[in-house]
Design a protein around this ligand. Structure first.
Ligand SMILES: Nc1ncnc2c1ncn2[C@@H]1O[C@H](COP(=O)(O)OP(=O)(O)OP(=O)(O)O)[C@@H](O)[C@H]1O
Ligand SMILES: [Mg+2]
Length: 393
């Protein structure tokens, strides 16, 4: 059928034509926004889940919800090799720019921007002259606030001031952090401390995160009280009804239908994983001659969809691994698809567990595997074991 009208959207962070099966999380976030705006005590939300389950898309939807309530919003994507100071400064700059036109006291905004600039300029990379980034704020940097160089103190002061500006307008500020498991350990700890401080003062600023399944353990290793700061929402595969809705609703808007056995076949292939739902749906649409899309169309299109996934979704990640890391993952794959004890992986390879730690640690750093529990390791990418077992060694 006409590829131009194809509604499906496989791709990292691509907004799906229908956000299926996330009503509970959306409702929870509505409540969070409402309570925080009223100064009520409330835990913020952190989304966790495997690759391709729709964390980024949901985080972006949360951002739109906050914007609809006229909140100031900003977003960062954490990187393992980078301090969050500059990205957070840029994100809060965005948030304040959203609020500024509605604020009646321009000097309050200028005052905050001066603090924000001082905060940003405390970046260690900037001090060493290795960074030429300037915040693009044309007020002079102020002194004596959020510029101590201690990220915990500085973030706390910055958050309190930002929340103050939002309070003037009766709204809040939401800072979104994607790939939050990649925030460096000292920064995670500073961030939790700043959120903790803020939650005590009831300031309307929240940090909303998304990351891989081990993010809760990263946070609690950093601060024992992190469980009281965040409500963890595990984002998972879509159940059958939601997966069907994700396919049917967009098609219906283009007057296209699926036969029931086509939907059976699609659910079997995609296994409810949102990325796969979009990928199989997209190819089936293109190859089907007409509506309704039948089970035969699915059979014909499956190899092409699998080929695209093998290259784009699995292959691109596999390429990032070194030969030793690949051996490690192949050994994991031999043990099945669920998380496995690291000791068993060592057995498969006939090696001492300790000699494998470097490969394991760098795979974790690359976001290919995760350890949510001590001594147990799993793939972050759904169906990755299956993909590896089909690969020649
Ligand atoms: N609720 C949903 N219904 C239908 N499709 C969805 C849903 N959520 C996400 N998708 C689709 O799934 C794909 C992956 O989404 P997204 O990039 O948000 O996943 P992710 O969890 O952030 O993955 P990663 O860990 O790789 O960053 C996108 O193509 C998106 O359109
Ligand atoms: Mg993502």
């Amino acid at each position: 059928m006409d590829p131009v009208r194809n509604p499906y959207a496989p791709g990292a962070g691509q907004r799906p034509p229908e956000l299926a099966g996330r009503d509970r999380e959306l409702q929870q976030f509505e409540v969070v926004l409402e309570r925080v705006a009223r100064g009520r005590p409330e835990r913020s939300m952190v989304l966790t889940g495997l690759r391709g389950v729709g964390k980024t898309v949901l985080l972006n939807t949360f951002k739109s919800m906050a914007m609809q309530r006229l909140w100031g919003t900003g977003k960062i994507e954490a990187r393992p090799d980078q301090s969050i100071r500059r990205p957070v400064a840029a994100a809060l700059h965005m948030a304040i720019r959203e609020l500024a036109p509605r604020h009646r006291a321009p000097e309050r905004i200028e005052e905050f921007l001066g603090v924000l600039k001082a905060f940003a300029m405390r970046d260690p990379a900037a001090a060493k002259g290795t960074s030429h980034w300037s915040p693009g704020i044309d007020v002079p940097a102020s002194r004596g606030r959020a510029d101590s160089g201690d990220l915990e103190i500085d973030l706390t002061e910055l958050f309190v001031d930002a929340a103050g500006v939002a309070t003037d307008l009766g709204v809040g500020i939401a800072l979104f952090i994607d790939e939050m498991q990649d925030v460096q350990a000292p920064d995670i700890s500073a961030l939790c401390a700043a959120c903790h401080e803020l939650s005590q003062s009831g300031g309307p600023l929240i940090v909303v995160g998304a990351g891989l399944p081990h993010l809760p353990s990263v946070l609690s290793a950093s601060k024992s009280y992190s469980e009281r700061l965040f409500r963890y929402a595990r984002i998972d595969r879509l159940d059958r009804d939601a997966a069907d809705l994700a396919l049917i609703a967009p098609a219906e808007r283009e007057d296209v239908e699926f036969t029931p056995d086509a939907l059976d076949a699609l659910y079997e292939a995609a296994d409810g994983y949102p990325y796969f739902v979009q990928a199989y749906g997209k190819v089936a649409w293109d190859l089907a001659p007409r509506s309704p899309i039948t089970v035969d169309d699915i059979k014909v299109s499956a190899p092409e969809a699998e080929e695209e996934l093998a290259v784009g979704f699995f292959g691109s990640r596999y390429e990032r691994a070194t030969p030793a890391e690949r051996d490690y993952m192949h050994a994991m794959a031999q043990l099945g698809d669920d998380p496995v004890p690291t000791a068993e992986v060592a057995d498969v390879l006939g090696r001492k567990p300790s000699s494998l730690s470097p490969a394991r640690d760098s795979l974790i750093k690359k976001g290919l595997i995760y350890s949510a529990e001590r001594g147990v390791i799993g793939f972050t990418v759904p169906h990755f074991g299956r993909f590896l077992r089909a690969q020649p060694l």
